[in-house]
Design a protein around this ligand. Structure first.
Ligand SMILES: C[S@@+](CC[C@H](N)C(=O)[O-])C[C@H]1O[C@@H](n2cnc3c(N)ncnc32)[C@H](O)[C@@H]1O
Length: 203
């Protein structure tokens, strides 16, 4: 069975395949939230965004990922930093919301499940977001074919701008469609096409 390239780095605490800096859009919008607001990080990986929020004093950060290695690492890093993150192993295709969130974030994850699954996830997440709350979602689109490192797993790449239509009843504060160059150990430089949306529930 194929194992995604990021799993090796999830086993160790000093290698970060996806970097250690939080996503810049999260940094841009964090000021709109109270430290006690409920936040959900979907496909959190080894947790650069959740850890950033917890270290900034956010006290109600939930985070899940399908990778046990990722969650174990995130919990170790949270312990070392003396911050609290409620992190658990879960599959976003099966996830059932049990609380209402003020902020839902997901970076680089949704395209790893079938389109019907991530579209359903977004629908559920919208219903379980407080009025005034935000979603910040970044996912890959098929404007550029999946690079060999992710091709076996990227089974649900979005069409360009598809995600906008899912938020047509929310206020779309920011939308970006862009192509960027990426590189990982053992994989030649390659391109990804991406959409990133920041949307606010207005009613
Ligand atoms: C490219 S990584 C991004 C990690 C993190 N969001 C970040 O920005 O560093 C994608 C993550 O999605 C997770 N993932 C893939 N399929 C998933 C699923 N069905 N449910 C939850 N997480 C999933 C992977 O385990 C991986 O950690």
């Amino acid at each position: 069975m194929n194992i995604p390239f990021w799993e090796e780095s999830y086993k160790v605490d000093d290698v970060f395949t996806f970097g250690i800096e939080p996503n810049e859009t999260l940094v841009e919008f964090e000021k709109f939230f109270h430290k006690s607001d409920k936040i959900l990080d979907v496909g959190c990986g080894d947790g650069k965004n959740s850890l950033y929020l917890a270290k900034k004093g956010f006290t109600a950060v939930d985070a899940f990922d399908i990778s046990e290695n990722a969650i174990n690492k995130l919990l170790r890093l949270a312990r070392q930093a003396d911050v609290n993150i409620n992190a658990w192993v879960d599959n976003l295709c099966d996830f059932r919301f049990e609380k209402e969130y003020k902020l839902v974030i997901s970076f680089g994850t949704l395209h790893f499940v079938k389109k019907e699954n991530w579209r359903k996830f977004i629908k559920d997440a919208k219903e379980n977001t407080a009025i005034g709350g935000l979603h910040i979602i970044q996912l890959f689109t098929d404007k550029v074919p999946a690079s060999p490192d992710i091709a076996p797993y990227a089974i649900g790449m979005a069409s360009d701008e598809e995600i906008k239509e899912l938020y047509s009843d929310w206020n779309i504060i920011q939308f970006k469609s862009y192509i960027f160059e990426d590189e990982h150990p053992g994989v030649p430089k390659h391109l990804h096409a991406s959409n990133k949306i920041v949307a606010q529930r207005i009613r």
